[in-house]
Design a protein around this ligand. Structure first.
Ligand code: ADP
Ligand code: MG
Length: 350
């Protein structure tokens, strides 16, 4: 008997052969892997059903899946983020609560496009399929419900899983570094959302390349990864994210005068500004630690980002001031703003 081929997890209309790279129907990239990675699972929550599809990313504490649900008669695609281990439940709960607070502080929806909206939160029983890789196929651990959040984004982004790229993805596509004319629109939007969060009394705490998502055609930016967020100027509330960005946090810890082994950082708005600026320097092909940029980048741009992430009394002005300064700087360099399309290859599955 021939085994039934799995269906494309995006369009459900085409069977997927082993090794297929693109769905012949809808063009989903890396389709063979996406199809076997996750068969559709329907999760009923409070009278609604969330259909969980392929895994699209793995974050520092969660796995992220494409997810579909109905909003009235309209089908919406979002993402479902679920803690890989119940010990991270508090981070997901903090993220959802922080975002709810930010949405409540934005009655005119001016900043809504820049933030993922927590559509639903719930506990998920059962082991995370992605954790099987970490266990080397060992026996499943006892199951404690893991915190999950379904997010939706701006309706013009029909598929966040396919249309949003992290700055790390963009950097990987532009090995010599992204032209500052592209980086400019990303930076302006990052400062806009940070200005709003800081005015609301929230510090993100991890404005790093995996958390700044861009949609290249409409020049949209969505800031995700709010699990470490903390009330601005609170105690040492920001837990540094472990992993590849340790060195960035070490710089920030020393800028705050904290002992090297101190686990937390002060949730200062300037922490967000500095991490964001380091992310931009890296995006443009520079060194995020010493803030140097390639020779092709105008020295005035280099000085600007050094001021955002550097030390000293004139360094790290607030996001609003930095945005005004940046607009003045790019106008002087390039004249009136122009829409420059950004090309990116189809996304690869997590
Ligand atoms: N709303 C979203 N839309 C599309 N992709 C997302 C979204 N949120 C997260 N991701 C993807 O998942 C990855 C991990 O998300 P993140 O929120 O950082 O998880 P964690 O808290 O586990 O670190 C991101 O780097 C991004 O690739
Ligand atoms: Mg993260």
């Amino acid at each position: 008997m021939t085994p039934t081929l799995p269906a494309c997890p995006r369009c459900f209309r085409s069977p997927v052969r082993a090794g297929a790279r693109f769905c012949p129907r809808c063009g989903l990239a890396d389709v063979a892997r996406a199809a076997v990675d996750r068969a559709p699972v329907d999760v009923p929550v409070g009278g609604r059903v969330f259909r969980v599809l392929d895994r699209v990313a793995v974050g520092s504490v969660s796995a992220v899946y494409r997810c579909r649900f109905y909003d009235g008669p309209a089908e919406v695609e979002g993402v479902l983020k679920v803690a890989r281990d119940a010990r991270a439940n508090d981070l997901l709960a903090n993220e959802a609560a922080t975002l709810r607070r930010l949405f409540a502080a934005d009655p005119d929806h001016r900043f809504k496009p820049f933030l993922p909206f927590p559509e639903a939160t719930f506990g998920m029983a059962g082991d995370d399929p992605s954790a099987a890789d970490d266990r080397g196929g060992g026996p499943p651990r006892p199951t404690v419900p893991r915190q999950a959040t379904v997010f939706r984004v701006h309706p013009e982004i029909r598929s966040p899983a396919d249309e949003l790229y992290t700055l790390a993805d963009v950097r990987a596509a532009y090995l010599a570094g992204l032209d500052p004319r592209h980086a400019a629109w990303v930076w302006r939007r990052v400062l806009t959302v940070l200005g709003f969060a800081h005015a609301t009394g929230v510090v993100h705490g991890a404005v790093l390349p995996p958390h700044v998502l861009v949609e290249p055609h409409g020049h949209r930016v969505v800031l995700v990864g709010w699990g470490c967020a903390a009330p601005a100027f609170g105690g040492r509330g920001v837990r540094a994210m472990a992993g590849s960005y340790n060195a960035w946090y070490r710089r920030e810890r020393s800028a705050q005068g904290a002992p090297a082994r101190d686990p937390g950082l002060f949730p200062l708005p300037s922490l967000d500004v500095a991490l964001a600026a380091r992310s931009m320097v890296e995006l443009m092909g520079g060194d995020p630690l010493n803030l140097s940029v390639p020779a092709t980048v105008d020295p005035a741009i280099a000085r600007y980002f050094q001021r955002c992430a550097g030390f000293g009394p004139n360094a790290r002005p607030d996001a609003g001031r930095l945005l005004a300064d940046f607009d003045g700087l790019i106008h002087a360099l390039w004249g009136p703003r122009q829409f420059v399309p950004l090309a990116l290859p189809p996304k690869r599955r997590a």
